[in-house]
Design a protein around this ligand. Sequence first.
Ligand code: B12
Length: 211
Amino acid sequence: MPVDKIYEAVLDYDDDEIAGLVTAELAAGTAPQAILDDGLVAALDTVGAQFSEGTLFVPEMLMAADTVKAGLDILRPILAETGMKPIGTVVIGTVKGDLHDIGKNLVSMVLEGAGFRIVDLGTDVEPQKFVDAALENNADIVALSALLTTSMAAMERAVGVVSAANETSNLNVRILVGGPPVTDDFAAKIGADGYGVDAPTAVGLARGFVQ
Ligand code: B12
């Protein structure tokens, strides 16, 4: 495969070399979409699988994500020029009262790599802000992150406000939740549409939501 070196560079966390490799591959005439799908995203899928197997851990996942981000910085303007349509729009944020953002950023990056447009509201986000941003951006998915046990109540409130807006306003989003204190049972109990234990799972669920 022509993009093997890019794939390998992500698995080697080579964020110094990746920009040069992507630029060289573009100069050689490889399609930007192939570089994205078969190089950057394929490597992240491998990283995700190794993470799920327990043979690779969060620091490596972050280094791989950083490497992909450096490659995306080169590809993003070119993909925008070629008119590649995003496969969906995700409004994402960490819920009210919670300032942790590393996991959210990782989920955002991987979703972006998978072809979604990301509207990142940051941390400590009021429930209504998710609704306003989703309406403004015609979003398909609202994604909520929480790291603190004490943030779970804020997540429940946010899901309630977004769900109510789905019923009463011109909003039609699926709600994805994640973060260490969250479980499948909790997600179901508060009325979320899906719970992602990690970034690769988030991509699988988000793809399913826009199909
Ligand atoms: C880094 C860190 C901080 C940093 C945050 C910096 C930042 N920019 O994020 C700082 C120093 C600011 C911080 C502050 C605090 N922290 Co802190 N922090 C951590 C730490 C060490 C790492 C968290 C992290 O980034 N993990 C790495 C990421 C990649 O993992 P992740 O967030 O779990 O995300 C993955 C999944 O959960 C999932 N995911 C996450 N979000 C989403 C969203 C969606 C939609 C989906 C699908 C998936 C998904 O995908 C991600 C990638 O796989 C954890 C301990 C730990 N080891 O987890 C404590 C920890 C979370 N913190 C804790 C605490 C108590 C605090 C403070 C209250 C401390 C204090 N007394 O001030 C404050 C709270 C401030 C606030 N209001 O938020 C506790 C929480 C305990 C609890 N259960 O409530 C922890 C667990 C430490 C501990 N063992 O006590 N913290």
